[in-house]
Ligand binder design. Structure first.
Ligand SMILES: NC(=O)c1ccc[n+]([C@@H]2O[C@H](COP(=O)([O-])OP(=O)(O)OC[C@H]3O[C@@H](n4cnc5c(N)ncnc54)[C@H](O)[C@@H]3O)[C@@H](O)[C@H]2O)c1
Length: 349
């Protein structure tokens, strides 16, 4: 497929899905000089129209395939998880670069089909894991890669959040295997799982449990897992969307020479001499990156950094920081917990 010369011209973006995340994405694009939102697609035309009107976008459609026929450089997919694959493969086959919301997909074969479609069409595929771009994560990466924590021994991902009954009742896709593909783990906890694999590498073996203990849903409102990383380090995952004892999403890493705790935008470095250094990056990043109780809270800064990286990947013909392959890593961990289901140990390839 020919790649038209992009040079320094403004990149034209189309948005598929016009729900709450898409609203944040459109707000983010408005802060970026060299990306312009030029079309919005949603089966709910009023939803598409609302975002389009807010951002002076003229092209509105209920069929994303029509958006693909427009002069658009890349498409951002912000749909229920179970629809990511079909839309992404269509847009990639139509010659568009694709930035898909997290999680990349609901199943590993779907994610692989998306990665294959990107390769086949020589287009970029990025996954919207904006937490890799916050300063706390980047500082943590320097500490881990620089060896300041010594040998990595253990890690813990904890997302003990609360979503009320309306969160599931008011949405036809949440709480279902087909369209959400899971619950507290695949939706709320995917960010710290992604941060963990970004910082420490792949999970090799896992035993996990999931259940819906409070909410009337098909999928998990609580999960717990123990795993071994390829490096030999151990780890645990704990998630909930049904506890009133809420905490910021937390990734803790324990090393032989120190440790770190990532609490949203706050990084605490536990040093070998027993001192600790706590840095809160929230103020310069426009607020917290995720909320234990409010799904609408978001940071424009983190999203904008991710989007600029994706635009840079298109312009410079390089890979974005979060490729399809990178997005697949956290999905494999999530799927292993569901497959394990309190019964078997799963080997992850
Ligand atoms: N990166 C983040 O921090 C973050 C935060 C929230 C949500 N998300 C992700 O964003 C995605 C969307 O979540 P949301 O909370 O905005 O959901 P939502 O329910 O608010 O919006 C989904 C939209 O998709 C539309 N839709 C459904 N089927 C469609 C189709 N075939 N074609 C076009 N539009 C269709 C619906 O009408 C709705 O407007 C999910 O992947 C979610 O995990 C990411």
């Amino acid at each position: 497929m020919n790649t038209p010369s992009i040079g320094n011209r403004i990149l034209r973006a189309g948005l598929v899905g016009a729900g709450s995340s898409a609203t944040n994405i459109a707000t983010t694009i408005a802060t970026i000089d060299d990306i312009e939102l030029v079309g919005v697609a949603d089966v709910n035309k009023e939803a598409a129209r609302r975002i389009a009107d807010q951002h002076s976008v003229t092209f509105v459609t209920t069929d994303y395939k029509e958006l693909c026929k427009q002069d658009v450089d890349f498409i951002i997919i912000s749909l229920p998880h179970g629809l990511h694959k079909e839309a992404a493969v269509h847009c990639l086959d139509a010659g568009k670069h694709v930035l898909v919301e997290k999680p990349i997909a609901t199943t590993v074969p779907d994610a692989i089909a998306m990665i294959d479609a990107a390769k086949r069409n020589k287009r970029k595929l990025g996954v919207h894991c904006q937490q890799r771009f916050i300063d706390a994560t980047q500082e943590a990466k320097k500490l881990v890669d620089g060896g300041q924590l010594g040998k990595i021994l253990q890690a813990n991902v904890s997302v003990m959040w609360f979503r009320d009954a309306d969160y599931y009742k008011k949405s036809s896709w949440r709480g279902t295997w087909q369209l959400e593909g899971g619950g507290s783990l695949i939706n709320q906890a995917i960010h710290p799982v992604d941060q963990m694999v970004y910082l420490l590498g792949n999970v090799k073996r896992l035993f996990g449990c999931w259940a819906h203990r409070v909410h009337d849903i098909e999928v998990d409102d609580n999960t717990c897992a123990a795993f071994v990383l390829e490096s030999g380090a151990f780890g645990t995952i704990q998630t909930s969307t049904s506890t009133r004892a809420t905490f910021p999403a937390r990734l803790t890493i324990f090393g032989s020479e120190g440790g770190i705790e990532l609490d949203g935008n706050v990084l605490t470095h536990f040093k070998a001499d027993g001192t600790r250094e706590r840095t809160d990056f929230a103020a310069r990043e426009g607020g917290q990156v995720g909320s234990a109780i409010d799904p609408k809270k978001f940071s424009v800064v983190a999203h904008a950094r991710l989007m600029r990286d994706f635009a840079g990947a298109i312009r410079e013909d390089r890979e974005p920081l979060v490729t399809g392959e990178e997005g697949l890593k956290s999905l494999k961990v999530v799927r292993a917990v569901y497959e394990s289901a309190g019964e078997k140990v799963i080997d992850i390839d």
